[in-house]
Every structure is written in structure tokens, then in C-alpha cells.
Design a protein. Structure first.
Length: 428
């Protein structure tokens, strides 16, 4: 149906307000934080009280034996890589399409992040490219369950077993996601979760690492904490002698963040279910629009946090209209749409090799000399995906069916009237 696009003076397709305001802070969250403030419990060095509560609750939620809450997800990744033995000169395979912390924490271990390509449908790390990147120096694989979709863990774990490698799961996008019935974070050696304010399990700034291995737990504990916490919570005798000093970093979580995370955990599954219903409904509404590919979800997984909703745009199917022009038209219709905010790591200078030696503090120059200097074309799948990505909100509140219908209608309106963008000269 021919309609004048809002960009060119027509009426907007989206007239319903987006009421999503994340995070949903509850009265219970406010009461718990207030209680801690009034009690003066604004630092808990022994890991007791609310710290212990959130660790035990999250371990029960995942069905794992050990959980360690920390100041953020980045600190969890650092502790996890250290725990599995990543050290001087080792290599860790990391997808190029991820948040930088997945790789910078490898650098903190004086090791080398070896970047690899991703799957074109799930955007998660490509098992075939993992295998191609393995060398005698490879120590571990970092798996990122990007935008809530689990990576292909059976293939990855089989590769890891064949080569004697550790697997660290970065689950910061995927709280509650499942792979063939198993929750992510429980399949590899260590699972790491961010609880930053925008995550599905928000604490403000916090993170939590989980494992079923007592030795790995103790190594994470001793890297990240010291004193009474190490003495009280060590599961083996090996590291207790380091209790007074720990191994350096202090990654203790703020009790107020732990309190918020503890309260939010009670509502995690209902938030996941709300997002699932909303975003699957939106996906159905967007399906069949030429040039628009909604997110793919494999039949053997469930998306957890749905941390992001990413679409692929096909410029050729849209008559040569650029993604930027299409997005400008969508925004004029009232759609909250944006470009991909992550950047591919192989274009970032910190992950280049000798060219930044002496500028970046980690790893030391002789290790950095072994790092690759990446160039355009090295990761064709990730680069092809990245150039086509568009981002929409993750709608958590309900009911918002009318808004989602209008979003789908806005996409269809712009796509059906794409010729108006082909002939308009006012767009840049």
C-alpha cells in the first residue's frame, strides 16, 4: 500500500509510547538497600550476609556448586582465565564480535587473545574457526553467548576435550538461557555473568562467576579477595596461606549492588518470559519483510536475557537504499532504532600486535610481539554481519502488543514505500 513516509511529511506509524524503563527497581529492592544503609553495612569483607545470600541463591538457580560474586563481569572474566591457568604467553581464542572485556582480561593475564570469526545466524563464535585457530600455545576458549543466544556448546566442548583446553563461558548477555536443556554457564569450566545495570539481572555494577570445580573456585577467590574471605570460603587447603595478601586485585562487590541483584533474581524468570513473548511477537511481525532478517533462534536453545535485539538489513533487496537512509526513515516513523554499538575487536588497536608495544601495559613486549596485526577481511562473516546490523529495544514490560504491532507496521511501511527513499535527495 502506498503511503507517504513520515520523513517526507506523512503521519507517523508509531504513536504508542514506549513505557519500558529498565531496570525495574522494586519496593523490596529499596527496602533492602535502606536496611543495609541504616545498619552501616556498606562493605562486607568476609563475604557474609547479603553477599553470601546472593551467591547461594544464584548457585541454586543455575544448579551449580560454587558461585563468587564480584564487582563486575570483567573482574569475573579475569578471575576465570587466571583460574583455568591462563598465563604468560598463553593463547585464548575469543570471538571478534563481543564486548572488549572478553579479550582485555586475557591481556591482563599476560596472554594473547587470538580472535576468531562467528556464525552467520547466531552471531556466536564459530566452532570451525576455533579449531583452525588452535596452536600449541592455546590454553583456553572464551565462549560468548551473544545477545542471549547460546553458542554451539557440544561442538565447542568436543574441540576443547580433543585439545585439552579450558572453556570459559561469558554469559553476560544470557542469564537463564539454555542449551539442550542446560543453563549456560554450567557447561564449560567457569561461567561468568555481568550484573551491570542494563543486564537482565541488574545489580548496578556487579558480576558473578560459577563453577563446579573447587580448585577453580579457590583460584578465583584468592585472585580477587583476601583476608577473612579467603580463610572462610576456601574449599581446599592449597591457597589459604595466601589469605592475608591474596594475589593482588580487590574485586569485592558493594553490598548495595549485591542486595539489588538478590532482589532482582527473584524476578529474573518472569522478566525473561516477558521479553521472550514480546520479542518473539515482534519477530513474527517483522518476518516476511524483504530485506529484513529478524534474530534467529535455534530450536535446541532458549534465549535467556535477550540482552539485545539485532536485525540484519539487506541493501540490495531494498533497492540499493543504504541502511542509514532506511534507519532515518524508521526513526521518523517513531521507531527507536540504532546502529550496532559494539565494534569488531580486530579493528581495535589494543588487540593489534607489535604496533602498540610500549603503549599498552599488557602483555609484556616479548609476548605482544607474537600477537597478530589484523586487517580488514580477516573475519569475513563478522564483517559482513556488522555492516548490516540494526538494533531495537528489548521490550520487557507488558502488555505492549499495540506498540510492537506499530513497530512492525513501521518497518513494513518503509519497506513497501522504499522507492520514496530512492528518489528523495534530502537524506544524507
Amino acid at each position: 500500500m502506498t503511503q507517504t513516509l513520515a520523513l517526507l511529511g506523512g503521519p507517523k506509524a508509531v504513536t504508542v509510547e514506549n513505557k519500558d524503563r529498565w531496570p525495574f527497581i522494586t519496593d523490596e529492592d529499596v527496602a533492602t538497600v535502606t536496611q543495609l544503609l541504616r545498619a552501616g553495612e556498606i562493605s562486607i569483607k568476609a563475604g557474609t550476609g547479603i553477599i553470601q545470600e546472593v551467591e547461594e541463591a544464584f548457585a541454586r538457580y543455575l544448579g551449580v556448586q560454587h558461585a563468587l560474586v564480584q564487582c563486575n563481569g570483567t573482574s569475573c572474566l579475569h578471575a576465570a582465565f587466571f583460574a583455568v591457568g591462563v598465563g604468560y604467553g598463553d593463547e585464548v581464542i575469543v570471538p571478534t564480535y563481543t564486548w572488549p572485556s572478553t579479550a582485555t582480561t586475557v591481556l591482563l593475564c599476560n596472554a594473547i587473545p587470538v580472535l576468531c570469526d562467528v556464525d552467520p545466524r547466531t552471531f556466536c563464535v564459530d566452532p570451525a574457526d576455533i579449531e583452525r585457530k588452535i596452536t600449541p600455545a592455546t590454553k583456553a576458549i572464551a565462549v560468548v553467548h551473544l545477545w542471549g543466544h547460546p553458542a554451539e556448546m557440544d561442538e565447542i566442548m568436543a574441540i576443547a576435550r580433543r585439545h585439552g583446553l579450558a572453556v570459559v563461558e561469558d554469559c553476560s548477555h544470557a542469564h537463564g538461557a539454555t542449551y539442550k536443556g542446560r543453563k549456560v554457564g554450567t557447561i564449560g569450566d567457569v561461567g561468568c555473568f555481568s550484573m551491570q545495570a542494563t543486564k537482565a539481572l541488574p545489580g548496578g555494577e556487579a558480576g558473578i562467576a560459577v563453577t563446579n570445580n573447587a580448585e577453580l573456585f579457590d583460584r578465583m577467590l584468592t585472585l580477587s579477595h583476601y583476608g577473612g574471605r579467603v580463610e572462610r570460603d576456601s574449599l581446599t587447603d592449597r591457597y589459604v596461606r595466601f589469605a592475608f595478601t591474596g594475589f593482588g586485585p580487590k574485586y569485592r562487590v558493594h553490598p548495595l549492588a549485591a542486595a539489588i541483584a538478590r532482589g532482582q533474581l527473584k524476578h529474573l524468570d518472569e522478566h525473561i518470559e516477558a521479553r521472550r513473548q514480546n520479542l518473539e511477537y515482534l519477530t513474527e511481525g517483522l518476518s516476511g519483510i524483504p530485506g529484513i532478517t529478524p534474530p534467529y533462534t535455534a530450536a535446541h536453545v532458549t534465549r535467556g536475557a535477550w540482552y539485545g535485539y539485532r536485525l540484519l538489513y539487506d541493501q540490495e533487496q531494498m533497492g540499493g537504499v543504504s541502511k542509514e537512509r532506511f534507519m532515518a526513515a524508521l526513526r521518523a516513523e517513531g521507531v527507536e532504532v540504532d546502529v550496532e554499538r559494539y565494534r569488531l575487536l580486530h579493528f581495535e588497536p589494543v588487540y593489534q600486535g607489535p604496533e602498540v608495544a610500549g603503549t599498552c601495559p599488557y602483555p609484556p613486549p616479548e609476548v605482544r610481539a607474537r600477537m597478530c596485526t589484523y586487517k580488514e577481511g580477516d573475519f569475513p562473516v563478522a564483517e559482513a554481519i556488522y555492516s548490516r546490523l540494526m538494533s531495537l529495544p528489548t521490550f520487557t514490560y507488558q502488555p505492549c502488543w499495540e506498540l510492537l504491532d506499530q513497530y512492525a507496521a513501521a518497518f513494513r511501511k518503509v519497506a513497501d514505500n522504499i522507492s520514496q527513499l530512492q528518489t528523495d535527495d534530502t537524506l544524507t
